[in-house]
Design a protein around this ligand. Structure first.
Ligand code: FMN
Length: 198
């Protein structure tokens, strides 16, 4: 499995952190991009201080000590000349978790001013799976229009709306529910949340 994994600046760092924790234990490789606002929000939500992508990966490794089977290739948010700015490089899917309304709007408008937006644009044009995990509440009509339009362009909208029917005990359980749903869409069967048995 080869992914592009990006963190944009929305609340919900727990979804990124729990997804990255689980992904670390899955053989494969990912290009990894974080936006400056996502670092600020991650720092606030985990009451820590991360200022670069390496810090996010180190935080996850220190906190949960996952078995490292996945290779992360860090790419600079501002480097629109990066290898993954081009469709000539191939990846299976891209995940933006969490995804801000600003990045949703940019991808929808075809604006590619940073590497997250450019790699998402490439994913769409190359017909590769693009999964975005938006977080905002309430939605205004601009958000709703952009989300619908992005769905029509081929992206998968996976809102940061965890279910409660699996009786979560911890916040991590909520993060794992969303992570598990992302893995479902990537074709990876995970044990991150109890399946509904009817
Ligand atoms: C503490 C904090 C929380 C935020 N939460 C959200 C959010 O949940 N959803 C959202 O769309 N924007 C949120 N924002 C605003 C975005 O971070 C802002 O629009 C930023 O420009 C997004 O840029 P990026 O998508 O390139 O990271 C938040 C900002 C801060 C500082």
């Amino acid at each position: 499995m080869k992914l592009v994994v990006a963190l944009a600046g929305a609340s919900g760092s727990i979804y990124a952190a729990r997804f990255l924790r689980a992904l670390s234990e899955i053989p494969g490789e990912s290009y990894f991009i974080v936006s400056p606002p996502s670092l600020r929000i991650f720092s606030e939500e985990y009451e820590t201080s991360v200022s670069k992508p390496e810090d996010v990966l180190d935080f996850i490794q220190t906190k949960w000590k996952p078995e490292l089977k996945h290779k992360f290739h860090i790419r600079n948010f501002h480097d629109i000349g990066s290898d993954i700015a081009s469709g000539s490089n191939v990846w299976d899917a891209m995940v933006v978790v969490p995804c801000s309304m600003k990045t949703i709007a940019s991808i929808n408008a075809g604006l590619t001013e940073n590497l997250i937006e450019r790699a998402a644009d490439v994913s769409l044009k190359e017909r590769r799976r693009l999964i975005v995990v938006p977080r905002e509440t309430p939605y205004n009509r601009v958000h709703l229009r952009n989300l619908l339009s992005l769905d029509e362009a081929g992206a998968i909208i996976l809102p940061a709306s965890p279910g409660f029917y699996q009786i979560p005990k911890t916040l991590d359980d909520l993060g794992d529910f969303i992570s598990g749903r992302i893995f479902n869409l990537l074709g990876v069967d995970s044990e991150l949340y109890p399946k509904w048995v009817g």
